[in-house]
Design a protein around this ligand. Structure first.
Ligand code: MN
Length: 211
């Protein structure tokens, strides 16, 4: 089965996130779950107007549909985008918060530890499957949680980081203990450089709109 969408390469080896996330978890998560969203999306968009659209455009065009084929397209396109974003939100090497991101975190949360606590809280409090996010709106940072395939991007908000809290993201390593997964990921794996790049993207958009 081929189609317009392909599985984006993992930005690191499957065992690179050990011991926080095992190679087994990454293998199932990437090669089974993420791949299945790509394959299903390709089947669903065949012969529709969505076949020629970019992934982000499909997510935004189908957001808010709660029934029928458009809902299925939203769910699968959303999950492809969310997983691309999630893998890039993680890093096998420790990365510190610095520069403009650090300034923004201190301004909007007080300090990095408070931001991490809010992300852990959002991920723990998300009932059932979903996501925890760091976002920016006109440069101001915020933490959000979303259910299922929904993302702040699908609602037009700039995303900086995503943490998957579907059970498939942690069950093999942490069983039912989602807070332990969140604590370990937030302490060891967050790619703060990716967050900083995404903050800069919104800053460029805001500046361009003001000129
Ligand atoms: Mn997932």
């Amino acid at each position: 089965m081929t189609g317009p969408f392909t599985l984006s390469p993992l930005p690191y080896d499957a065992d690179a996130l050990e011991p926080t996330i095992s190679a087994k978890t990454v293998g199932f998560h990437y090669h089974k779950h993420h791949q299945a969203y790509v394959d299903t999306l390709n089947k669903l968009v065949e012969g529709t107007r969505y076949g020629g659209m970019k992934l982000e455009e499909i997510v935004r065009a189908t957001a808010g549909n709660h029934v029928g084929k458009e809902k299925k397209i939203f769910d699968n396109a959303g999950q492809v985008w969310n997983h691309d974003f999630y893998w890039n939100s993680l890093s096998p090497t420790r990365i510190a918060i610095d520069g403009r991101l650090k300034q923004a975190v201190e301004r909007d949360f007080g300090n990095a530890q408070k931001l991490i606590e809010q992300l852990a809280h959002a991920g723990t409090e998300q009932f059932g499957s979903g996501w925890a996010w760091l976002v920016s709106r006109h440069g101001k940072l915020g933490v959000e949680k979303t259910p299922n395939a929904v993302s702040p991007m699908s609602q037009g908000t700039n995303c900086l980081l995503a943490i998957d809290v579907w059970e498939h993201a942690y069950y093999l390593d942490y069983q039912n203990e989602r807070p332990k997964y969140l604590e370990a990921v937030l302490a060891n794996l967050i790619n703060w450089n990716f967050a900083a790049e995404n903050l800069d993207k919104e800053n460029h958009i805001v500046r361009a709109a003001a000129e």
